[in-house]
Design a protein around this ligand. Structure first.
Ligand SMILES: Cc1cc2nc3c(=O)[nH]c(=O)nc-3n(C[C@H](O)[C@H](O)[C@H](O)COP(=O)(O)OP(=O)(O)OC[C@H]3O[C@@H](n4cnc5c(N)ncnc54)[C@H](O)[C@@H]3O)c2cc1C
Length: 319
């Protein structure tokens, strides 16, 4: 099938990149090793918030652009899976507000009585909270409506894809480690638990950038998502029962009703962390001289930067 661009990967990064290209008139094929609902993106929480992602100056611009787009999508939450939800992030000690705070209208320091017991400082904000199964469904439908195709197919190499199209977008997340190959992208394992929501309507987060154990509670339409962990270099995707118990115990300190809530499911995902997101154009040394735009390594914030990165990647494809 003739096409202008092959996008490799159907996580949030591949789908948003493919949508930008298809909606600007390109004939786009998306190849994905995994079905959309088996990607790392499908496991994410997913709150808009820059976390475990660098470099800050680019992340600030990408996340601002994504905030704008998600705010628009939040006008149709049933269709898009995006809602604007209020909540509190606790900070350790007297840390200043985060570097991206000016992106969020109305973000303000939390009053002491807005913080759970034991926490001294934090901020309060309304942020986009994304129900990923619904959102990925929405993105897939939007891609197809724009004329794109979604195929379950594994790219053996970038050169193989270059035999099918003159332009490629490499949105393979952690798998870029083997495909490129790029040893700088590495897993940071995250485990979560979904329980029946005992009545929470706001999110809560306490997550230091370097901490292996975080606390987060996200009220989603499918249940209350509890997190979590962040273990560097760990590849195991089987949920660990002791880790799940510890997550529930930490979250129950925020709301004791959680300790008796019915567990609906356990999930583990591997964040594709890199010292810097790789978003750049490369001329491949193939006989026909194809162009590959790399867009991977978004760490713990792929949803948070998705549309900003998609805009930039689509621009690089046509340069
Ligand atoms: C527990 C957890 C919680 C998280 N919470 C948040 C959050 O609250 N907010 C936030 O913004 N982010 C969050 N993240 C991070 C976010 O999930 C990732 O940054 C994001 O999903 C990365 O998206 P991606 O499209 O690059 O990768 P993926 O979703 O992994 O998609 C990669 C795609 O590439 C395909 N692929 C790989 N190799 C090949 C190949 N050779 N050929 C064809 N296809 C291939 C795969 O099949 C897949 O379709 C969380 C992550 C985890 C694990």
């Amino acid at each position: 099938m003739p096409c202008d661009v092959i996008v490799i990967g159907s996580g949030v990064i591949g789908l948003t990149t493919a949508i930008r290209l298809a909606e600007s008139g390109a004939r786009v094929r998306v190849w994905s090793r995994d079905p959309v609902d088996r990607t790392t993106s499908a496991i994410a929480g997913a709150l808009w918030e820059p976390y475990r992602i660098e470099p800050r100056h680019r992340v600030a611009a990408w996340s601002r652009r994504t905030f704008e787009v998600l705010t628009e999508l939040a006008e149709r939450p049933e269709e898009t899976g995006v809602r604007l939800v209020a909540g509190v992030q606790a900070l350790d000690g007297d840390l200043p507000l985060p570097y991206w705070a000016d992106t969020v209208p109305g973000l303000r320091p939390a009053e002491p009585d807005e913080l759970p017991p034991g926490y001294k400082s934090g901020f309060r904000a309304r942020l986009p909270l994304v129900d990923m199964p619904t959102h990925l469904d929405y993105l897939s439908r939007r891609l197809i409506a724009a004329g794109g195709t979604l195929e379950q197919r594994t790219a053996i190499s970038l050169d193989e894809a270059a035999r099918h199209a003159p332009r490629i977008a490499n949105c393979t997340g952690l798998a870029a480690r083997d495909l490129v190959p790029d040893p700088r992208v590495r897993p940071v394992r995250g485990q979560i638990v979904v329980v029946e929501n005992p009545g929470l309507t706001e999110w809560f987060v306490r997550a230091g950038e370097e901490d292996a154990e975080a606390v987060y509670l996200f009220p989603q339409p499918y249940g209350l998502l509890l997190g979590g962990t962040a273990h560097e270099g760990v590849w195991d995707t089987a949920p660990d029962p002791a880790t799940a118990d510890a997550i529930i115990a930490r979250c129950a300190l925020i709301d004791p009703r959680i300790s008796t809530a019915r567990v609906l499911r356990h999930r583990v995902g591997l964040r594709p962390v890199r010292d810097e997101v790789r978003l750049e154009r490369e001329e491949l040394a193939t006989p026909k001289g194809a162009v590959c735009v790399h867009n991977y390594g978004h760490g713990g914030a792929g949803i948070t930067v998705s549309w900003g990165c998609a805009d930039e990647a689509a621009g690089e494809v046509w340069k």
